[in-house]
Each structure stands twice: as structure tokens, then as C-alpha cells.
Ligand binder design. Structure first.
Ligand SMILES: C[S@@+](CC[C@H](N)C(=O)[O-])C[C@H]1O[C@@H](n2cnc3c(N)ncnc32)[C@H](O)[C@@H]1O
Length: 224
């Protein structure tokens, strides 16, 4: 059995409203992927073969809802442990009748390790991951050397990794870990961490950070 005691999230239970339950009842069969720990055939899941983009920790899914419409030639896998957010996004996707998104309500690390084949992904996006800014909690941060190696193994050569954060010390940590990652190089087309690339929208969550006076860092790297 795989044993991974340190997780990047704490699951808060008991906030599931009837509307969110309805979203699962009505839309999970179309958009949901039940984690079962085996390699997934995404061509079968989407009904076509298209470049695959993974968004980890999508929150309420604002960005995925946008991406799926703005980038219709790509297929999007969203992974989020917070089920109310999953329900909310499914309502949005169904409302716009979008077909190029599938969702896991599960730990992204396990999904990557067990369900996604090596080289299967064109891109990975992680926007505003939980900062775990207390020193003793730093180890819970998703972005760590081993995690970047795992991502590199799942992303095709020439593929992309895009991280964003509004916490200065997490930005510094990301930069350090990326600089030491053997298979990731800064993408010369998106070299400035002060510029939001055109495919990322400003979300509700980000606006809250900006109101608090935070700046935002975007790191776009290419897989060697
Ligand atoms: C601070 S929120 C940001 C949400 C969203 N990306 C945004 O920008 O609004 C981080 C999210 O990552 C999710 N998360 C953290 N670790 C995760 C993991 N290992 N697998 C899946 N989701 C995770 C949390 O549940 C949370 O919703």
C-alpha cells in the first residue's frame, strides 16, 4: 500500500448543500471520473483524442469554465478535493453544455501517480495553491521537488507547467524548487513572473488577494 501521510489539504466536511448534492446527482455521470487507482483511458473518457490540460485545485472552477470555452480544441481534467466547488463547476459546465472537461473529486497526487500515464499531459496548471505559510506547515505545500518530478513524468516533452501565487514566500519557494528541477526550464515566451499569461483569467480568489495588497507571480515553465 502506498503511504503518504503529508497532504496538501484538509478536508472540511459537512458543508454540502442540497443544491450541491443535486449537482452531483444530475451531472456527475457526464463530468465525473471516479478515482479507482488504475490508468485511465482519457480518449474514451472524452470521446476524442485532444491535447490534455490538467488543472489542480480548481476551487470553484471559474478558470476551468473559462478555459473550456476559450480553448475548445483541448480537453481539461480538473482535480479538486473540495466537493462543493466540484458541484458548482458542474452546474456551470452543464449550463453552457460544455463537453471538454472531466473532473475528479480526489487528491491530485494520487490521480497523477495512478491514473495518468507518463507523457499523457500537454500542460499542468496550479493556480493559487494553499500557501501553508506557517513554517511548521511548509511541508504541506504541493509544490515540492518530488512533486515537480512527478509532474515532469506525466507531461510530454515540450509541454508546459504554469503556477501562480499571491504569497511572496511561496513564490520564492516555487522559484527555488523550479530552478533546481532537472526537467523544467523557464518558458522564454512567458519569462516575466509579473505578467499574467493571456489564458489565465483573474479569479474571485485572486481579486481578494489583490485587495489585501498582494502582488501575483506567474511561473510558466517548459518540460525539457
Ligand atoms: C487556495 S485554493 C485556490 C483555488 C483556485 N485555484 C483559485 O485560484 O481560486 C486551493 C485549492 O486547492 C485544493 N487542493 C489542495 N490540495 C489538493 C490536492 N492534493 N488535490 C486536489 N485539490 C487540492 C483545495 O481544496 C483548494 O480548493
Amino acid at each position: 500500500m502506498h503511504n503518504r501521510p503529508i497532504r496538501s489539504f484538509v478536508l472540511r466536511q459537512g458543508r454540502f448543500t442540497p443544491a450541491q448534492q443535486r449537482a452531483f446527482d444530475e451531472h456527475w455521470s457526464r463530468y465525473g471520473l471516479d478515482y479507482d487507482g488504475r490508468r485511465r483511458d482519457f480518449t474514451a473518457a472524452f470521446g476524442r483524442a485532444a491535447p490534455l490540460v490538467l488543472e489542480i485545485g480548481f476551487g470553484n472552477g471559474e478558470q476551468l469554465l473559462h478555459s473550456s470555452q476559450a480553448e475548445p480544441a483541448r480537453d481539461f481534467i480538473g482535480v479538486e478535493v473540495h466537493r462543493p466547488g466540484v458541484g458548482r463547476l458542474m452546474n456551470g459546465l452543464a449550463g453552457a453544455d460544455l463537453g471538454n472537461v472531466r473532473l475528479y473529486a480526489h487528491d491530485a497526487v494520487e490521480v497523477l501517480e495512478n491514473e495518468i500515464a507518463p507523457g499523457a499531459l500537454a500542460e499542468v496548471r496550479i493556480y493559487f495553491p494553499d500557501p501553508w505559510h506557517k513554517k511548521r506547515h511548509n511541508k504541506r505545500r504541493l509544490v515540492q521537488p518530488g512533486f515537480l518530478d512527478l509532474l515532469a513524468s506525466r507531461v510530454v516533452s515540450g509541454g508546459r507547467l504554469h503556477l501562480a501565487t499571491d504569497w511572496a514566500d511561496y513564490a520564492e519557494h516555487m522559484q527555488d524548487v523550479l530552478a533546481r528541477a532537472p526537467l523544467w526550464r523557464p518558458d522564454p515566451d512567458h519569462a516575466s513572473s509579473a505578467e499574467r499569461p493571456p489564458w489565465r483569467i483573474e479569479t474571485h480568489f485572486e481579486r481578494r488577494g489583490l485587495r489585501l495588497g498582494h502582488r501575483v507571480w506567474d511561473f510558466v515553465h517548459a518540460r525539457l
